[in-house]
Design a protein around this ligand. Sequence first.
Ligand code: NAI
Ligand code: MG
Length: 367
Amino acid sequence: MNSWGYKMKKYKIAVIPGDGIGIEVAAEAVKTLDFVSNISKELFFDFTFYDWGCTYFLEHGKMMPENALETLKGFDAILLGAVGFPGVPDHVSLRDLLLKIRQGFDEYVNLRPVKLLNPEFSPLKEFHNIDMVFVRENCEGEYSGKGSFENANSVDETALQTSVFTRKGCERIIRYAFELAMSPERNRHVTSITKSNALNYSMVFWDKIFEEVSREYPLVKTSKLHVDAASMFMIQHPERFDVVVASNLFGDILTDLGAALQGGLGFAAGANINPAGNFPSMFEPVHGSAPEIAGKNIANPIAMIWSSAMMLDFLGETYLSNIIEEAINDVSYKIKSLTPDCGGNGTTESVGRLIRDIINIKMDENI
Ligand code: NAI
Ligand code: MG
């Protein structure tokens, strides 16, 4: 019950801060969520923290316990900072934690907004209105983990990495992109990223399914770009992009390019969504654990706080999600107060605080 006698909504959130700056930025996201729940008085978050990651690995030989997915299953959502640290090979830390959760919970949509808030942060010479969203396939494709090493330590030594593209996997991610394009916030345009000139099985198949699904959406304009050309056009004509659908690898690479268009990885938020809702979805920034700046209180917390706003939106708390996103937009204009990656002299904590101060004013105005 809150002070007015209403039953408060409770959300059970699992927090995996992970490694490096993940720990610092996750703390700011949690403080921000607590802050909005305290003001709104309509909901509260029941956070449970898990110390899984590379430090855990050094002690236990694995990134998280055997029954981790079983443990996480009961939560409404998961917040993740970042994983990976020198001392544990990156392919181990990524696959043994992040990919296990994404694939194990069938979080097949990796949603990554690429939106330029303050034009000052654009690396482009001329002003462009940059507002696109990537819908990246998150469970199969090039990151299926299939392959082998053959003829080890011989002149014929070979590595095989197999991409897996299933009809079900392609159809559902492409359909998700079209549905998103039809939503009022978007502009009814889907660009498919391909490379079917060279990848004569996987991407020819992807193109075929894109073509099939697109016929169900006659109101949506479509474009098809090879990934190399897409990287050029994202810089030359970023306004050409609205909703972009891409395979696991291509989406991964292009969204770092997207992050650069936004002003850096410190602005790149993300969500791993299980649209059916049969397992929790996971919200995490695009960036990694940035070991070289870890522990210095200078990591930009914006991407992580933005990811937590995406979590609120997913949970149906649109009002609070919008308030956080507006505050992030406002804070992007206070350049001197931002973290050093943005040219400011603020800290992870001071930027988090500033965002909460702005939220406070906004929520006060709206009450
Ligand atoms: P990274 O994203 O950690 O860092 C790339 C560059 O961006 C660095 O110069 C870093 O200082 C800067 N940067 C990133 N986030 C920042 C922030 N919030 N504020 C200020 N500067 C920021 O990628 P990198 O260096 O390739 O990988 C480092 C580790 O992170 C590796 O172990 C890698 O496997 C892991 N990683 C984990 C991811 C995840 O958990 N989702 C994603 C990408 C990498
Ligand atoms: Mg990446």
